[in-house]
Design a protein around this ligand. Sequence first.
Ligand code: C2E
Ligand code: MG
Ligand code: MG
Ligand code: MG
Length: 285
Amino acid sequence: ATLKKYLSNQTVSKILSPKNQLLEISLHKVIKNQKFLEEFEVYYQPIVNINSGQIIAAESLLRWQSPELGLVTPTEFIPLAESTGLIVPLDRWVVRSVCQQIKTWHDAGVPYLKVTVNLSVMEFNQPDFLQKIVEFLEINNLEPHYLEIELTESMIMQDVNSAIATMNDLQSLGVSIAIDDFGTGYSSLIYLKNLPVNTLKIDRYFIHNVANDSQKSAITKALIEMAHNLDMQVIAEGVETEAELSFLRQNNCDAMQGFLFSRPLPAAEFENFLWNNKRLPRLPV
Ligand code: C2E
Ligand code: MG
Ligand code: MG
Ligand code: MG
């Protein structure tokens, strides 16, 4: 009844829908029973240097294969995990798994590469967050520069000063930082120059059809130039066509990820890409 006072009927029925209740019960169960390994899996999407064509990094993306619900995508379960606090153990498990995976790849002799991890603001703000990062790096004997944390603008803007402090601590450790989905939040360009950020990821909204949309191309060009002036590397997200790629290449974007090169893959399939030296083909300019 109190919910109904503040929310629209549509929102209330969404929250209380049988599907969401089932989702929440299943999510609680899997986390409480520590059954992460059985139902969750980290996928890896290659990030490719636009000039050399080589894979330089991977973004880790969580997948949930629920026995009750089938494959559930992060857009469905992350908001629920956040509103119930379950995101904290979940994100921790992802960071730990990613550190283990990087170590396994290094031991197997695959070319060294960086992996990025998406974090929820709740995990980022935990008092023992940095301690956990250090712990996961140390138990895997992993150099910190192989790990990159992705944060969104809105996460940072919730409490800028405290976010900057944590970001500085991460960088002092040697862990790098990317701003994810750039351009979709409140772009505080004034803050951007003060933020300790290594990488700017342009949201796929701007990249979709960028070559044929004069507004998107103007914005994308400006973002690339601005990031370079601030000494940041630029990654374009969601690249799906050769026209988009050519545009990015012509405008000095550093790296790309997207279905054009590869969808997110299970670790073993991603590793095959590395062994086979899969590259971005040269395109006619
Ligand atoms: P994101 O960090 O912006 O990740 C990029 C999303 O774009 C991924 O969706 C990816 O599969 C999708 N994508 C990549 N290339 C293309 C493309 O060419 N076209 C299109 N249409 N989509 C593309 P996904 O895997 O469903 O993840 C959605 C969001 O969930 C992520 O957005 C991220 O914010 C969040 N997320 C994923 N894994 C985690 C995690 O471990 N922890 C937390 N807290 N959030 C996560
Ligand atoms: Mg991301
Ligand atoms: Mg993104
Ligand atoms: Mg996102």
